[in-house]
Design a protein around this ligand. Structure first.
Ligand code: GLY
Length: 351
């Protein structure tokens, strides 16, 4: 089993890749513990949970709200949780975000850990210490930086994921390779079919490398004052696409990466051949490289998303496979470039 550590101002986190859900008790401190999870996990894996109180938050992005947080606080009061109670979030990104935020704020902070059960949670959402909920149409507007003491990534649980959930995680895996590791990108090219089939050895290597890349970046810049911004590669356009369309996070990030890489080619930073390698791999991983979206709506969503920033945003450009940099780019410039990519963002035909 590979173990990756993060040392940061908000604490130390150990991420165990390949650890089993049923070994969770071995990672808990002595004393009281309470599980926060979702309905899907309960349906599939209730029998594997330790005998602890279990709170379920429902399912999906729509429950990532302050109302859910309030209801969890109230249940914790009913259960007489106190400062010594340990919270465990078991689930995907939504459970980790909500459980981490509740743990960080209830009675000014409880100790907590996660069992990440989806590919997206394992390679991204459970790692990094950002916790929080959505508010008023804005993603993660309310939250905290606080590292879980441990994250267990039980790779066996991935077998029950629907295809769309695999795509969500796969897009983040490709992102990590693109921004930081040309060797990992070449491995993905060699093993794309095995990765899609969740071949255990292939997936263990990809999850381990993804986490090591993210942990390294977070350890150097937990609060996203600089380097951590590179983890947003593909997400500026990706979040805008998620807002205007019916694309999943992975699909939107995939098209967002193509747009950002296309822009990097136009700016003379990224060789065209690298762009072609990237789109070829995304296609093999059954991720989209184009979206039928109205560019005007995408731009409007992007502008709204960035409303608290100036006309200039930090935008992640690709310099080569395995190397990215963050540049200040005017939103107007992004707009200009976006409409010049009709092959990526096609005007949706109106009825
Ligand atoms: N918890 C996700 C992150 O910190 O990026």
């Amino acid at each position: 089993m590979q173990v990756v550590g993060i040392e940061s101002a908000s604490g130390r986190s150990s991420i165990f890749i390949g650890e089993r859900l049923n070994n969770l008790p071995n990672h808990l401190p002595p004393g009281r513990a309470i599980v926060i999870t979702d309905d899907n996990l309960l349906r599939l894996y209730r029998a594997e949970l330790p005998s602890l109180p279990v709170l379920s938050i429902g399912c999906g992005e729509s429950v990532k709200t302050l109302e859910t947080v309030k209801s969890l606080y109230e249940t914790l009061v009913d259960l007489e949780a106190d400062r010594s109670t340990f919270l465990i979030g078991i689930g995907g990104g939504v459970v980790c975000d909500v459980a981490g935020f509740v743990a960080s704020t209830f009675m000014r902070g409880l100790r907590f850990g996660f069992v990440a059960t989806t590919l997206l949670a394992q390679v991204d959402a459970s790692v990094g210490g950002k916790n929080g909920v959505n508010l008023g149409g804005f993603k993660n507007l309310v939250g905290s930086f606080n590292q879980p003491e441990f994250v267990l990534c039980d790779l066996r649980l991935l077998d029950s994921l629907p295809e769309g959930e695999v795509a969500n995680g796969m897009a983040e895996i490709v992102k990590h390779a693109l921004i930081a590791d040309a060797g990992m990108f070449a491995f993905l090219e060699e093993r794309a079919e095995e990765a899609l089939a969740l071949d255990p050895a292939t997936i263990e290597k990809l999850v381990g490398r993804s986490i090591a890349i993210k942990a390294g970046v977070v350890g150097r810049d937990e609060r996203e004052a600089g380097e951590r911004r590179i983890l947003n590669f593909g997400h500026t356009f990706g979040h805008a696409l998620e807002k205007v369309g019916r694309w999943s996070h992975g699909e939107a990030v995939s098209v967002g990466m193509v747009l950002a890489a296309g822009l990097s080619v136009k700016m003379g930073r990224l060789p065209e051949a690298a762009y072609q390698r990237m789109t070829a791999l995304l296609r093999r991983l059954r991720l989209p490289v184009a979206a039928a979206a109205d560019p005007k709506q995408v731009l409007e969503a992007l502008r709204r998303d960035k409303k608290r920033e100036a006309a200039v945003i930090h935008f992640v450009l690709l310099d080569d496979i395995g190397r990215a940099s963050v540049k200040e780019v005017e939103i107007r410039e992004l707009e200009r470039q976006l409409v010049e990519f009709p092959e990526i963002l096609r005007q949706e035909s109106r009825p």
